[in-house]
Design a binder for this molecule. Structure first.
Ligand code: FNR
Length: 188
């Protein structure tokens, strides 16, 4: 049976290159990965005051994560870190205390930038957050995507075969990682 993968796109931009990347990754992924987006733009700013009574958008985030086998982060780098909207979503999912949605969850991170650093610094920051959240991260391969617009169509088709092969391999490795983690730590 298929693996259910929840994915975060860390950008709220209507012209997000990371959203384009997410479409490419989904198109190139192994057939037995099924994807559900975890929206972040509709969440209020997290406060512990909500812990006894999560708003519907935040409860939906936690419910969807509970139904997922794994989680994938596709994020831009903002000022050498992760965008606030994404951090906010992670904070929501990590709470209330004792109900951390990422606990033992297989995870991977990837991101695209218009600069050659390719979100490397943001990904290091995100890895630190996910380490604390006790997610089971894929540590290799890494994927720091220097986004060349001519390589992608808007619908996420990859026109350069080397890039397509790299992204296909990343998703195949992610699938293997998910299978390995779930063998030891079944989720459902
Ligand atoms: C950026 N950008 C950027 N790029 C980078 O490589 N390192 C960085 O630290 C930053 N910082 C940064 C801060 C803010 C507030 C913005 C808006 C942008 C540029 C970034 O790579 C570019 O805008 C991408 O297009 C963002 O990804 P999305 O939103 O298109 O997916």
């Amino acid at each position: 049976s298929a693996y259910q993968v929840g994915y975060f796109v860390g950008s709220l931009s209507s012209t997000s290159i990371n959203r384009t990347l997410s479409k490419a990754l989904i198109a190139l992924a192994p057939d037995d990965l099924e994807f559900t987006e975890l929206p972040i733009g509709n969440l209020p700013l997290y406060s512990p005051d909500y812990d006894d009574d999560y708003p519907p958008e935040a409860q939906a985030l936690k419910d969807t994560l509970a139904s997922c086998d794994a989680v994938l982060f596709i994020t831009p780098e903002y000022n050498r870190s992760i965008p606030g909207a994404l951090k906010n979503a992670i904070d929501w999912a990590s709470r209330p205390w004792g109900q951390n949605s990422f606990d033992h969850m297989p995870a991977a991170v990837i991101g695209a930038s218009i600069g050659q650093i390719g979100t490397a610094v943001a990904q290091q920051s995100l890895r630190g957050v996910l380490t604390f959240c006790n997610a089971r991260q894929m540590t290799a391969p890494e994927a720091y995507i220097y986004f060349k617009p001519e390589v992608y169509t808007d619908s996420g088709e990859v026109t350069d075969e080397d890039t397509a092969a790299f992204l296909r391999d990343f998703m195949a490795e992610f699938r293997t990682h998910v299978e390995r983690v779930l063998t030891v730590l079944p989720r459902h």
